[in-house]
Design a protein around this ligand. Structure first.
Ligand code: HEC
Length: 128
């Protein structure tokens, strides 16, 4: 293979990787940018880069993380319960303790924005 071809291939691979990354947590709406970034950092390991509950850290979890793209499933969770689960963990709303508490990481404003973001992700627009 010629040197140019090798470089061309490397370039394509880099481009493909870039496209993959931007497709996963892509969020163009400025209202949700910060939450999407926080989600990628703290939630995606369990809830998945595609927000579908299939994160890399779910192998062996006895209770699987919520699929945040599930419109029907997410619509049935009241806003206060979502905020409660995020703030004080799953156990605080009678769900699995495998969902960790985030009150020492997020401010109230960030939790509130995260709930807005989740309602956007699940397209649960009636409660938006
Ligand atoms: C260590 C894995 C893990 C991480 C990290 C995690 N979650 Fe969860 N999450 C879970 C599990 C497991 C459940 C399912 C709990 C159940 O159904 O009993 C859950 C459920 C939820 C629910 C639904 C709660 C309900 O009332 O049904 C919300 C909302 C949620 N997570 C948001 C988040 C957000 C936002 C983050 C990041 C800040 C996050 N989770 C990070 C594991 C995780």
């Amino acid at each position: 293979m010629t040197r140019t071809k090798i470089f061309a291939r490397a370039g394509l691979a880099a481009l493909a990787a870039l496209l993959l990354v931007s497709a996963a947590g892509a969020e163009d709406d400025p209202r949700f940018k910060e939450s999407a970034r926080l989600y990628d950092t703290y939630c995606a390991q369990c809830h998945g880069v595609n927000r579908n509950g299939k994160g890399v850290n779910t192998v062996g979890l006895s209770v699987q993380p919520k699929d945040h793209t599930d419109t029907a499933g997410m619509s049935s969770i009241p806003r206060e319960e979502m905020a409660g689960a995020i703030r004080n963990g799953g156990a605080s709303v009678n769900k699995s303790a495998l969902m960790p508490p985030w009150s020492s990481v997020f401010s109230d404003r960030q939790i509130d924005q995260m709930v807005d973001y989740l309602i956007h992700v699940c397209k649960c627009s009636k409660s938006e």
